[in-house]
Design a protein around this ligand. Structure first.
Ligand code: PEP
Ligand code: MN
Length: 339
């Protein structure tokens, strides 16, 4: 059930609807929009009785939601959500660029890449301190030492830090250092981690699972939102198919598909989406062309020496060229405001 308030509904009207929902033992999620507030209801097993709400002051209509998701839905909020990270945004008019190495390997490597990312005008820096690796013998990340290096990146370059938490316990730690918490593809259906992320004050970058359908991915976002954290950014990073010419198949059709169903911002990861250096820039261009709100790009000062995902890392010069190209595309496809 979704309660749409009239455009002239008062704060008291909203509070009254919220208290009726709470008295039913359910949870109310008020979502302010440009024209009106809508209030999502979660926690109900069966249908909620619409007649309880229809005659309350300020209520325009009570809509039964037939889709499995509620809070991510464009029905709840017709305008796009802009996730604010300090003075930076994801989902606004500007293309959000998140760039950095796959893993934080050392202070020198991290600061060298961060300097280049800042120089290019990106607002977000990525880099894993905890790495989900296929082999237990591969480099697993520097852990808290890596998080401390990321703090230095924020302080020196003013970049917002995007870094992965692999489990609930790790999230407690990562939360103290990050600006945005990444939940990786392998964890997209780690429901206890999603719920814990829902209690975080930080925005969540939610990667699509390796074999996740659109509905499964959106329902994973719904887990986070149902706990009260509405700042979720979706990230298409490629799915597993029979294709052998790429590491994953980057499903760019997911971008307009998400856009049709959800108000959440959605970005593209052409690095994991292809796994190959020479494909990253072309697919980044394509991602922006299909309407992504941003890109997450792996960059390394010495890709041949990278401890993780070197084959898909761009050099700093390649990254600079990518920025020029994707910004030109973004400018062409963004409607200029009238007046
Ligand atoms: C990463 O961003 O380095 C990463 C591990 O991504 P994914 O979860 O998409 O594989
Ligand atoms: Mn990586």
């Amino acid at each position: 059930m979704l309660i749409v308030m009239k455009s002239d509904a008062t704060d008291r009207d909203v509070a009254e609807v919220v208290s009726v929902i709470t008295e039913l033992g359910l949870r109310a999620h008020p979502m302010p929009g440009a024209q009106r507030i809508a209030i999502g209801i979660t926690g109900n097993q069966g249908a909620v009785d619409a007649s309880r709400f229809e005659n309350l002051p300020g209520v325009a209509e009570a809509i039964r939601v037939s889709k499995p998701y509620k809070l991510i839905s464009i029905d709840l909020r017709p305008e796009k959500t802009v996730v604010r990270v300090g003075d930076a945004k994801i989902g606004g008019d500007e293309l959000a660029i998140i760039a950095g190495p796959c893993a934080i390997e050392s202070r020198a490597q991290t600061l060298a890449v961060a300097e280049a990312v800042r120089r290019g005008g990106a607002r977000f820096f990525r880099g894993g301190a905890f790495k989900p690796r296929t082999s237990p013998y591969a480099f697993q990340g520097l852990g808290e030492e890596g998080l401390k290096i990321l703090t230095e990146v924020r302080e020196t370059y003013g970049l917002k830090i995007v870094t992965e938490a692999m489990d609930e316990h790790g999230l407690d730690l990562v939360e103290r250092y990050a600006d945005v918490i990444q939940i990786g593809a392998r964890n997209m259906q780690n429901f206890s981690l999603l719920r814990r992320a829902g209690h975080s004050r930080l925005p969540i970058l939610l990667k699509r699972g390796l074999a996740a359908t659109l509905d499964e991915w959106l329902l994973a976002a719904e887990y986070v939102m149902s706990e009260g954290n509405y700042n979720v950014i979706l990230c298409e990073r490629g799915i597993r198919t029979f294709a052998q010419h790429t590491r994953n198949t980057l499903d760019l059709s997911a971008i307009p598909a998400v856009r049709r169903l959800s108000h959440l911002p959605v970005i593209v990861d052409p690095s994991h989406g292809t796994g190959k250096n020479y494909m990253v820039t072309p697919l980044a261009r394509a991602g922006v062309a299909v309407g992504a709100d941003g890109l997450i790009i792996e960059v390394h000062d010495q890709p041949e020496r990278a401890l993780c995902d070197g084959a898909q890392a761009l050099t700093i010069a390649q990254f600079d060229q990518l920025l020029t190209e994707v910004r030109a595309i973004h400018e062409v496809i963004t409607p200029t405001p009238v007046g």
